[in-house]
Design a protein around this ligand. Structure first.
Ligand SMILES: Cc1ncc(COP(=O)(O)O)c(C=O)c1O
Length: 358
């Protein structure tokens, strides 16, 4: 079936007890056992499994084309996948332009457990090949990158790597509407579902979707052992968000296109970046902080991917953890998450904010 149909129906079957079209939110920590060790499916304790979470995990798997697991945040998902795949002595290749929290996790936490890493511009395939060593276990791709919105050719990266290297794509910015990395040959996909998949800025969550059932078991093992699981209500919210993902992504992209059309000739604005899909736009301006503080409709806030528009200055906000590293971002960069409001209102807001400082 087409993506739009899958988005609306993925993971949802009517409730088996009352036939409610949307199944109940199973707000419970445990499940009554009729006899010792007897329970329904794998529902014995809600850290290990919960039916509301399972429904979301099935949906995520259906949309990305693999086996899904949900987490309490995108970072918990990232942590689970890297620790499921890598051990002390293994080497990881990261993009030189990436979400600051991913860099911080590897640089400040996982290196303490014997994992090493190299940052490399993944649009440069020769540089990427040169960064791979005998110890390289995993290549982490983020595309489009946060915040510079560079697009990496996932298939070309995979074709240039030794077959045994595990390839992960952080698909948070593209979403499965625009890019399905497992279909391109990647081994795993990670999402901050906090962003477009949830889509309403009302919950924090993460997901891992993998192709291989054995890897799925490893991820599940970490999920249960570490315990960074989302609550049932958060799972319900993300699952509800998924059902309109295709509609929202089209509206985000249309608004981003209108905003880019304005920014390209706005005074003082340079390097306008938009990958041609999704609602993320970045640009440079000497008065980046002033603009971010003057917009009224674009709320000054971290995060992205919700129905409302947000503005931020990555160097001072979301990307402080990469300051001083090779992944540092320019101080005059502004990042926009274009929501689904009327395009004219978004352009007017930027026009006022940029014009007022000129
Ligand atoms: C591309 C990307 N990956 C991962 C994350 C981490 O997700 P979370 O904030 O849900 O932990 C973020 C958060 O901004 C992100 O932008």
């Amino acid at each position: 079936m087409k993506f739009a149909t899958r988005a609306v129906h993925a993971g949802l079957d009517p409730d088996p007890t009352y036939r409610s079209v949307i199944p109940a939110i199973h707000q419970t920590s445990t499940f009554a056992q009729p006899a010792v060790g007897e329970f329904v499916e794998d529902y014995d304790y809600a850290r290990s499994a919960n039916p509301t979470r399972s429904a979301l995990e099935r949906a995520l798997g259906e949309l990305e084309g693999g086996l899904g697991s949900s987490f309490s945040s995108g970072m918990a998902a990232t942590h689970a996948l890297i620790t499921a795949i890598c051990s002390a002595g293994d080497h990881v290749v990261l993009p030189a332009d990436l979400y600051g929290g991913t860099f911080r996790l590897v640089d400040k936490v996982l290196t303490r457990f014997g994992i090493t890493y190299t940052l490399v511009d993944q649009t440069d395939l020769a540089a990427l090949a040169a960064a791979v060593t005998e110890q390289t276990k995993l290549v982490w791709i983020e595309t489009p990158t946060n915040p510079l919105l560079n697009v990496v050719d996932v298939r070309a990266v995979i074709d240039g790597l030794p077959g045994e290297v595990f390839v992960v794509v952080d698909n948070t910015f593209a979403t499965p509407v625009n890019q399905r990395p497992l279909e391109l040959g990647a081994d795993a996909v990670v999402h901050s579902v906090t962003k477009y998949l949830g889509g309403h800025s009302d919950t924090v969550g993460g997901a891992v979707i993998v192709r291989d059932p054995a890897v799925h078991e490893q991820v599940r093992f970490i999920q249960n052992s570490i315990g960074a699981v989302p609550g049932p209500f958060d799972c319900f919210l993300v699952h509800r968000g998924l059902r309109t993902l295709h509609l929202r992504m089209a509206a985000h992209a249309a608004n981003a296109e209108a905003v880019v059309g304005f920014l390209k000739s706005a005074p003082g604005v340079s390097e306008v970046r938009w990958p041609g899909f999704s609602g993320m736009v970045s640009f440079r301006h000497p008065d980046a902080i002033g603009i971010a503080q003057r917009t009224k409709l674009f709320t000054l806030a971290e995060s992205l991917g919700g129905v409302e528009s947000l503005i931020e200055v990555p160097q001072a906000m979301t990307h402080q953890s990469v300051e001083g590293s090779d992944a540092a971002v320019p101080a005059d960069l502004v990042r926009l998450s274009c929501g689904v409001e009327a395009a004219e209102d978004l352009v007017d807001d930027l026009h006022r904010a940029i014009g007022a400082g000129a």
